[in-house]
Design a protein around this ligand. Sequence first.
Ligand code: G1P
Length: 297
Amino acid sequence: MAFKITKAVIPAAGLGTRFLPATKAMPKEMLPVVDKPAIQYVVEEAVAAGLHDVLMIAGRNKTPLENHFDRVGELEAILEEKGDFEKLAKVNFATDLADVHYVRQGAPLGLGHAVLRAKMHVGNEPFAVLLGDDIIDERDVLLTRMLEEQTSRNATIVALLEVDPSLVHLYGVATVEPTESDDVVRITGLVEKPSREDAPSNYAIIGRYVLQPEVFEVLENTAPGKGGEIQLTDALETLAKDPSIAGGVYGVVFRGRRYDTGDRLDYIKAVVQIAVDRPDLGPDLRAWLKTYAASLD
Ligand code: G1P
C-alpha cells in the first residue's frame, strides 16, 4: 500500500563548531542566510513538497528554534500598532509555516543516531529527512521528484549530486547503475566520506532522503562507523545490499542550484548567491560586487 508521505525530519543537533563563536549559544541552523535563518529555507522546502509535519531533532540550544516557529506576542503587537503589516506578515509566515515538533538528540552520536530519534514520531510510514546545511533553490524541484520515486518504487530514495572528485571525502558516495529514467540511478553500494582513491564514483549524497520505516531497525543494528558515529550512510548501504528488506535504494540525480552552508566559506558564497538573485537586494549587490571584484587586483 502506498502511503501519502506527510512527515519531514530535520536533524538540527550539530554543535556547529566551524562557526564558533557565533554558535556558542545559538544553533548553527539559526544563522541568517540573507534575512532568514537557514532552517526556515529547509522547512519551506518540506512544506512546498506537501510535508507539513516537521520533526526537528534538536541539540542543547533548541530554544531559539522553538521560538522562531512560534508566536511572539510582544513583537506582533508592536508591528501591528505601527501598522507595519509587511514585517508582521514575515513574522507570522514563520509561525504558521508548519506543524513543528521537537525531540532532543541527547548526545551527538551521528546522523544515523539523530534519525533514530524520530522513530516514535514517524511510526510505520515512509518519511523525508532534510539536512540543514544544504539549501535547494526553491525554483528547482528535488524533494517532490524524490517523493514521486518513493511512491512508484516503494524504495529508499536519496538525492545525488555529481561533485568534483576532489570533494568526495566530504560526502556519502554511491555505486550506481542506470535505470530507465534519465535522472534516477539504482544504488548498489554506499560509503561514507571515502578518500578520492577509494570513492566508487563522484555521485555524492546531498542532504535529502526519503526513507522507509525499516531504516529504524537497520539503524538500531548499525555499529558506529566513520568518526565513531552511527552513520545513516551505513544503514543505507545495508538497505542497498539487500533489497528484500525495503525495496533497495535509488538516487535522484539533482542538476539544479544547491547552496552549501556547512562551512564558513561556502556559507558566505551561499549568502552572496542567494542575495544576488533577490529582487530587493540583487540589483544593488550585483553593481557593488562588480566594482568590488575589479578593485581586488
Ligand atoms: C552528512 C552525511 C553524508 C552526506 C552529507 C550531505 O555528512 O553523513 O553522507 O553526504 O551529510 O551534506 P555531514 O555533512 O553532516 O558531515
